[in-house]
Design a protein around this ligand. Sequence first.
Ligand SMILES: Cc1cc2nc3c(=O)[nH]c(=O)nc-3n(C[C@H](O)[C@H](O)[C@H](O)COP(=O)(O)OP(=O)(O)OC[C@H]3O[C@@H](n4cnc5c(N)ncnc54)[C@H](O)[C@@H]3O)c2cc1C
Length: 374
Amino acid sequence: MSANYDVVIVGGGIAGLSLASALAGKCSVALVEAEQTLAYHASARSARQLIPSYGPPAVQELTHRTLELIAAQDAARPAPVLSPRSFMLIGDEATVKEQSSGHMRPITHAEALELCPALAPDSFSAAGLDTGSFACNAPLLLEDHRRHAEANGVDIITGARVHSAQRLGSGWQLGAGQEGFQAAVVVNAAGAWADELAVLSGVEKVQLQPYRRTAAIVDVEHPLPESSPMVAAADDSFYFRRDGGQVLISPSEHEPSGPEDAQPHPGDIERLVARLNTLTTLGIRGVRQAWTGLRTEAADGVPVVGFDAEAPGFFWLAGQGGYGFQTSSGIAEVAAGLILAGQGTSSAAGGNTAPGPASRTAEALAATRWSIRR
Ligand SMILES: Cc1cc2nc3c(=O)[nH]c(=O)nc-3n(C[C@H](O)[C@H](O)[C@H](O)COP(=O)(O)OP(=O)(O)OC[C@H]3O[C@@H](n4cnc5c(N)ncnc54)[C@H](O)[C@@H]3O)c2cc1C
């Protein structure tokens, strides 16, 4: 006997949970996660920064919308998800200029040093600043989505890997762990496994590539002040930011990987520590914790959101790359609009139906892909 839903979401990271929250109370929804805990993979491993000037135009648009939506919810929360934390790019003039877009504005060398006195003056020659950037309390955001979804009738099932999915009549039949599900719409929010899930569903891959990225929390002799921005090298060779009395650092690597429970490679963090101890006066003394996650991207770096044109009722919610948190609520709004609009039509795969409330962000995505492969 299979449980019957309008929508089954596969994947319990920020993508799946934010969509579950957006659909909650509007149709019947189950979210199925392979791991015993939600947000075990990429969504537990981020740097927790939302940067409006980061990414291609569609991503920047979705980030603005996400910030608006989270800020509106923050007004009613006892503790906010967002807190202001600027984002500063440093490097040589040409690279900083090339990497600056959106709200990033050039600042002088002296201004940059004032914002982050820990930087060695000769470690950069140019800088840009995005003051519209925010620190994100990612665990709180994830937990709020889970709570809101469950309170509004979403069934969340963990420890159940989807192992089979097939089109049956006008819907889908899924097998996950020991359970069976039927749904009009299946949402592929499987992160690094999204192409794998497509293949086991008999749907053509969209050629997503997971890339490794490592980060660590380190102890320092000279902690950064609370007001200090997140600092990133414009050539993508590192970033660091305050993390209470410690500092979060990353070598910003972008190495292809298969879908897996990624772990740090020996030496990656140690090499970065040695480098940062010459570029800054942080005085890094030791590594508390290091981790690696996968950022999964489509070839054009734009998230893959929409019904598959060739597989009715199969909805892609993947390829969020390094922007999964900063685009999450904007993407969930667009996706929920598409799914709810598609459900009321003769075909559940109504990928060309424009959603009303999210039309601005929808347009941003529509420029690149609206209905996958059409
Ligand atoms: C080091 C690092 C720093 C980052 N920093 C930021 C940042 O500052 N800001 C930002 O916006 N983003 C950042 N990101 C990116 C962000 O973390 C990701 O874009 C986001 O977490 C992706 O979410 P997701 O839900 O798509 O994937 P995931 O969190 O990986 O969730 C996918 C889930 O699907 C499940 N799944 C897969 N296959 C199946 C199956 N067959 N059945 C059931 N479940 C399945 C998996 O178990 C997994 O839990 C960072 C990423 C890394 C690695």
